[in-house]
Design a protein around this ligand. Structure first.
Ligand code: BG6
Length: 347
């Protein structure tokens, strides 16, 4: 079954019940194509086949996590469908929340599908609900107006074919998510997705604490020390890099950021397999770990529904970002309130 898995929690339950009339849950393969992407599959290996990351992977060392899925494309020929969904339902409800679960989950008891899916579901259960009165504080929506993308003038969303000229559908969504468990209490997970943004980038960035004290204050370097950031790039290039501070060569002590980088294609000399190739082969072989289980789909809707409903009840001021930009200015506020900022798109 390809997404969308329903339109809201009630519809998703109806669809799941219908599928359950005919098939056992173990025979149902719900495709979220993000889970078939090579670097997404690599997340569990990165986390659980290395010792250096896991001791740091918690609220003591991680200050924020950002999950970004930015597209340069507009709504293209899918206007009719998109008018029924919007960015929150289309991208955040499954793709981004699935990425969040892989970053946040505990080690599963085994690599078996059931154990992995159990841990992912636990993360979704621990997501702090965003009630209607907090939606304005914890979320931001946007819709692109005319602008420039890929070196040409492009129309706004409301001017695209099949779109209502006064459409209130969002093409950008950002959410500040919180996970109420011992590992992640107090660490914001910033999720953002949008169409017609300045760069095509899907990535997960993990920001670490500042150094507790600065050795270089007499050199005036402390303000220049940047906290470490681990970036897991999913597309367009697949790889991982860690931003560290390094001495810059030269006479006096000077410090600047450098990258320790792994690039999938350069290292392995092959292009990553297309996500659908992986998923279809897994489905045929009956391997279910890269597919969404019923409870995950319903828990994701349970989280997203109050946001959708609150947004629907309050008319937005659209358009509020230009095509080809980094998104609505208000999205910066979500992070600035806690002294954070978005990773630049396409950096
Ligand atoms: C789909 C959405 O699930 O994912 C599309 O319905 C979106 O709107 C697409 O463009 C993005 O996929 P990818 O693999 O290009 O990031």
């Amino acid at each position: 079954i390809e997404k969308p898995f329903g339109y809201n929690l009630a519809e998703a339950r109806r669809l799941n019940d219908l599928a359950a009339c005919h098939f056992d849950e173990s025979e149902i393969f719900r495709i979220d194509h993000y889970l078939g992407k090579e670097t997404v599959q690599n997340l569990l290996v990165l986390r659980f086949a290395n010792t250096v990351l896991e001791p740091l992977w918690n609220r003591k060392y991680v200050v924020w996590v950002q999950v970004t899925a930015a597209e340069t494309l507009g709504v293209e020929s899918r206007g009719g469908h998109y008018e029924q969904s919007g960015a929150l339902r289309d991208m955040l409800q499954m793709h981004l929340l699935q990425l969040l679960t892989l970053v946040a989950m505990e080690q599963p008891a085994s690599f078996a599908a059931g154990d992995i899916r159990d841990e992912k579901a636990k993360v979704l259960r621990a997501l702090r609900p965003i009630p209607a009165d907090l939606v304005a504080r914890e979320t931001v929506r946007g819709q692109y107006g005319p602008g420039r993308a890929d070196g040409r003038d492009v129309p706004g969303y409301r001017q695209e074919p099949g779109i209502a000229p006064d459409s209130r559908v969002e093409t950008y969504a950002a959410v500040r998510a919180w996970i109420d468990n011992w590992r992640w209490q107090g660490v914001p997970f910033y999720l953002r997705t949008g169409k017609r943004l300045s760069a095509r980038t899907t990535e997960i960035a993990v920001g670490f604490q500042h150094v507790p004290t600065c050795l270089f204050s007499d050199r005036g370097l402390c303000g220049r020390l940047e906290p470490n950031v681990l970036v897991i790039s999913i597309q367009p290039r697949e790889g991982v890099h860690l931003r560290l501070s390094s001495r810059i060569p030269g006479g006096d002590v000077n410090v600047g950021p450098v990258r320790l980088a792994f690039d999938y294609s350069e290292t392995f000399g092959v292009r990553p397999v297309d996500a659908y190739e992986t998923l279809l082969a897994d489905a045929l072989a009956g391997h279910a770990s890269l597919f969404a289980r019923r409870d995950q789909v319903e828990l994701s809707w349970q989280y997203v529904d109050p946001i959708v409903e609150t947004w629907a009840a309050q008319p937005p001021e659209f358009p509020n970002y230009a095509a080809g930009s980094a998104g609505p200015a208000d999205a910066d506020r979500l992070l600035a309130e806690l002294g954070h900022r978005w990773e630049p798109l396409g950096a």
